[in-house]
Ligand binder design. Sequence first.
Ligand code: NAD
Ligand code: FES
Length: 293
Amino acid sequence: MYKILKAEKLAEKIFLMDVEAPRVAKACQPGEFVIVKMDEKGERIPLTICDFNREKGTVTIVFQIVGASTYRMAELKAGDGFQDFVGPLGQPSEFVKEDLEEVKGRRYLFVAGGVGTAPVYPQVKWMKEHGIAVDVIVGAKNKELLILEDMMREVAGNLYITTDDGSYERKGMVTEVIQDLVENQGNHYDVCVAIGPMIMMKFVCKLTKELNLPTIVSMNPVMVDGTGMCGACRLTVGDEVKFACVDGPEFDGHLVNFDEAMKRQQMYKTEEGRAMLKAVEGDTHHGGCGNCN
Ligand code: NAD
Ligand code: FES
């Protein structure tokens, strides 16, 4: 049992939990994720890691209610627990593995959209801990749905907040802020890291391609086993097939086929769609087959 030490509602349908998981906390790095399971019959839910404390042995997760499993998960309180808390899974962010002096020589722009603010936070925190000040854009639909503002302010070099409806700080989408910073304010960036809904990452990449700004995105397709076996999280990146759970979740955003990824996400919602994917892509389990456990 992995005990929940803190359970907090951040915004409508968005929750934060601190979970006692010392082995995961000891090993995890920014960019990685975990798969949680509430009980024996529970669905496996992949969640990006928002924060971790190696001394306390805790991992912080943030999730949004999107279906029956996350609805049930939101009812858990401090003192309850998860049966499984598997991780860290996936690959750490590229900069964690690179030469620190090279990373320090680059100017980074982080772009966080909605719940995607949670996986951006540990990356910006890592930068701060290594003496690197980065610019961060956080976009939310409105003031009520903005999350982790104070935590992000503590670690960001410059923080630019924007809301779609203008109810707080700037008005407009994250792409408008990128354009303003680069084109009007003359900021130069070497790398952009964009994490949020797929549609946001698609449009950020469309813009950064025009701006000639290399961009990393974190993909969150449907995942089942999280170990590269079932084929559920298949993506096309350039002319290669990749599996988000083992090859990613981070990829070169200028090479990701977002339209295909969004279409697969939709098809996964129905049994017929999963059968179609199986017919088109071959004999991988595709999550709907019942063989993946
Ligand atoms: P949202 O719809 O509120 O969007 C957040 C921000 O993204 C908006 O405020 C806007 O600034 C920007 N955005 C949205 N559409 C855009 C467009 N067409 N062009 C430019 N910018 C745009 O976000 P949400 O409701 O919090 O997102 C939920 C989704 O995020 C879920 O599908 C969830 O799976 C996904 N998510 C992804 C990750 C990840 O690792 N990539 C992590 C957590 C959640
Ligand atoms: Fe990635 Fe199964 S979840 S291959």
